[in-house]
Design a protein around this ligand. Sequence first.
Ligand code: UDP
Ligand code: MG
Length: 315
Amino acid sequence: MTPRFSIIAPIYNEAENIPFLYDRIRDVMNQTGETWELIMVDDGSSDGSTELIRTLRSQDERVRAVIFARNFGHQIAVTAGLDYARGDAVVIIDADLQDPPEVILEMIAKWREGYEVVYAVRAEREGETWFKEFTASLFYRLIYRITDVDIPLDTGDFRLLDRKVVTVMGQMRERHRFLRGMSVWVGFRQIGVPYKRAARHAGQTKYPFKKMLKFATDAITSFSYFPLQLAMYLGFLAAGFSILAIPVVIILRASGSQAFFGQATTLISVLFLGGVQLISLGILGEYIGRLYDEAKGRPLYIVSEGPDDNPPEMR
Ligand code: UDP
Ligand code: MG
């Protein structure tokens, strides 16, 4: 029998959180009075999370485990969860209990009203460093400005998706994934519910600065050509400036001024343009690398141990 609701929790070294996560989700989901499943996607953990997931699976048949062959990253882990989910509505939730499971009940209420995407909006954040808060806030505002999809500010992946949305997103097999953008891009009726983002229950963030940077570039390149156009704008700017500068320098020279003599001016302009060109090449490289990744067409993830029932086709 297929369950009514699926909950997806991506897990990367969350051993201290798993028992609490399971307890709280079970308590919340039992209040719905409907059937549900909890899909725990083990994204290559090495801290004993895998064993904990296996134990839960053997104790409660509503727990389904998808165990990856290695670490593939958060967005891919969630994608695998979406592939395996069978529910009419699917909820994505972090395993560190930063997303309070109780909010799921509000999401379900909205879903029953007919909304197909119900995303949680962080009204408040607790226990984050100012650096994380600042960069996150900057990131959401930048994405909002330069992309074509209006991704609501301060929303994470904590959201409920109707089966229709899950089906469409299942057809989007891009490698560098920005799920919260993709789930807006598909359209349908969308609504937010405010919530207070808690501090991590235990353990460290699995998103160090380097991963955050990659996540941000994935998000931007997935939904915007702005960085590519930036090279052109800078080119026009530099060309326009030099066209204006030529007559100025001619007039100054003709009137016997000593301005603009010397190597420094030349050197600075050469370095400046060289820098702009290298940056533009780098931006091109970001897009070309992603093109290459798509062209290879490798599977998004490799499952070493999946649920016996209803395995999706290898993608
Ligand atoms: N996660 C994952 N694979 C990774 C990194 C993170 O599955 O490579 C999971 C992690 O276990 C957690 C969720 O993604 O359930 C969000 O990660 P985290 O809490 O570290 O991010 P933050 O909340 O600090 O942005
Ligand atoms: Mg977290």
